[in-house]
Design a protein around this ligand. Structure first.
Ligand SMILES: *Cc1c(COP(=O)(O)O)cnc(C)c1O
Length: 361
């Protein structure tokens, strides 16, 4: 191995040991699929229309999309593997715009920055809704702002786990508001992390396309599932997909996706994760929740005023010394910091962090 590449590897080994402050699961094992690294795998265009390109993993990608469609209770589905949560959000919001050209976009102030970026890219007029203390959307404010614009359709982003506080917006309450105001709407769910947590928590609200008029949902693959490369999943109703359809002779498939070439390796990684771990997902989520409760209790005793939302493993607390935030890669916002308890954030790791914290406070 070349020296500079080797050095990069050493640095990565070191910094990965202290990664607890972002929603990234570092505990994964894809050694069974190493052989795929010798190939270029390109899922260009629509996953359900095979391309002349041919060196792809679209059959596997279709299995992945089907898994998520079932997870979210959607018999007539369409979707694809994206480059990440951001692309899924852009796609879902783009669908909203195509279906409702007169639409105004609504999202809470706790939404991920990719959400307002999507509105900017799509030239969508948007209204920012205030959040509650816990990061959940303020329903009264949402109702007020929508009522002020009754002559326009509404395109909404709802967060199923906000980035900073892990708050889950209540789909049923938002649907009640929309039905009261009686305007056409498209609901996009940003479920980057929560999309893999909520379905495996018994008490959590269901993410169900059958129970609620949801239009689209975006999930990040590298968050709960974990992966050596970033990717995401976008799921929508088959009936809504048509809008963006275009046949392209050059690739002999349909250009229904935002990017052209897409990672076929991501589909292999995702299907490997699903098939080897699907029976264990509930157990994995429960371990993360238990560990986040443990971290919460310890931080409370230490006087760091922690907060832990329902159905979340994100523990928010008073921002500690700069040195600690840097070493443990803690994401900060104002005077807050957070730890996202993912699978690799074990009790031992939490204890090591807390020891460090008590010495350096
Ligand atoms: C991480 C995150 C995103 C963006 O996902 P990427 O995969 O980094 O593009 C979007 N929304 C939320 C709530 C997130 O936490």
């Amino acid at each position: 191995m070349k020296t500079d590449i080797y050095n990069a590897l050493q640095e990565l080994r070191q910094s990965s040991k202290y990664m607890i402050g972002y929603p990234l699961n570092l505990k994964f094992d894809y050694s069974e699929i190493f052989d795929f690294l010798a190939y270029h795998i390109n899922n260009i265009g629509d996953p359900f229309v095979l391309s002349r390109l041919g060196i792809d993993s679209k059959q596997i990608e279709q299995n992945c999309i089907k898994y998520f469609a079932q997870l979210y209770d959607l018999p007539d589905y369409w979707g694809y593997i994206t480059s990440g949560g951001t692309e899924g959000n852009i796609y879902g919001i783009l669908m909203g715009r195509e279906l409702h050209p007169d639409g105004i976009f609504y999202c809470s102030e706790d939404s991920h920055y990719s959400v307002t970026k999507a509105a900017y890219l799509l030239n969508l007029p948007y209204v920012t809704i205030s959040s509650q203390q816990n990061g959940e959307i303020n329903y009264e404010h949402l109702q007020y702002e929508i009522s002020q614009r009754k002559q326009h359709s509404a395109i909404l982003n709802l967060n199923l786990g906000t980035t900073m506080k892990g708050a889950v917006d209540k789909i049923d309450r938002v649907v009640d508001i929309l039905e009261k105001v009686q305007i056409p709407f498209h609901i996009h769910c940003d479920a980057a992390l929560g999309g893999m947590l909520l379905p495996f928590i018994d008490e959590a609200p269901k993410i169900s396309f059958q129970d609620y008029p949801i239009g689209s949902i975006a999930i990040s693959g590298h968050k709960f599932l974990g992966s050596p490369i970033p990717y995401g999943v976008l799921i929508t109703r088959k009936t809504l997909e048509r809008k963006l359809e275009k046949n392209i002779e050059y690739i002999a498939t349909k250009d229904t996706t935002i990017t052209g070439s897409r990672s076929g390796l991501a589909a292999i990684l995702l299907w490997d994760a699903i098939t080897t771990r699907k029976e264990k997902f509930a157990q994995e989520v429960s371990t993360c929740i238990k560990n986040s409760c443990y971290l919460y209790e310890r931080l409370q005793k230490m006087g760091y005023h922690p907060m832990l939302n329902d159905y979340s493993t994100t523990v928010v607390f008073d921002q500690p010394a700069y040195k600690i935030c840097n070493k443990w890669h803690l994401a900060t916002q104002g005077n807050l910091a957070h730890i996202v308890v993912m699978l690799h954030v074990s009790r031992e790791k939490i204890d090591r962090f807390l020891d460090d914290l008590s010495v350096n406070s």
